[in-house]
Write a protein that binds this ligand. Sequence first.
Ligand code: ZN
Ligand code: ZN
Length: 285
Amino acid sequence: MQIPDYHVHPDYSIDAKGSIQRYATTAAARGLPEICFTTHLDLDPLRATEDRWIRDRGERRSFRTLNWLDHYWEDIDRAQSEVNGQVLLKHGLEIDYFPGFETFVRPARESYPWDFVLVSVHCLEHIAIAGQEESGPYLARHTPEETAEAYVMAVRDAIASGFGHALAHLDYFKRQVSPGFRPRFLAALAPRLPEILELLQRAGMAMEINTRAIRTYGLGEPFPGTETLALAVRLGVSRITIGSDSHRPEELGNCFDEARQFALEAGFTTALTYQKGEINGSFQL
Ligand SMILES: [Zn+2]
Ligand SMILES: [Zn+2]
């Protein structure tokens, strides 16, 4: 049995390609039992980059109007009616953390009965740290150790917001390729992982295993990596979701065999599914 894909970006996200309908038919053709759309919700008013736009049925619009959420919801419902009995489609979001995000995000978070919400930390000081495009000025001012500390504080806040059913791609900044960054970042992050994992557990949240680290970034392990997965199991974390972080329909379910292997080796046994914010199923790995 294939595992549901719980991290999927249709073309509502400006950096993604492929309509909700295309994703639905691709998922059905690939025999995926279920996928959850998790379009980006990044409402940070201090970010002036491409990701402050949304593509609403082909039209570029500001994220902040939020009218697009009705279309997003309806498009998933319409696609579901086309693939009924083949694949289950879930309504979700990937909410981007920034300090004070609660006020901005709450209307979107609370106005719809989302099946599943990921919370993510992509930015520090409103700068996307994982990639090369904009991280330079931040990394010129902060050591990898300081970056790890700031990441931990952001993740703690993101968990405490109560917005997420799962934490997306823990250790995401390891994809940063500045010379020497990754080992120092990971070494500084490691002693802080137990507190993050305990907070997750106390919040009843799941940890996402994200395969984009393997597929797109060639890191040879998912977000989070082997040691973190094993640590999570030792600390009693049992709730996981698995996501491809697809930005194109053909990426659906990619590297899920590897994800299953990593999860099983760490000691996880099942991956969860959600409905209207509650766990409603678990798939044997
Ligand atoms: Zn993300
Ligand atoms: Zn994503």
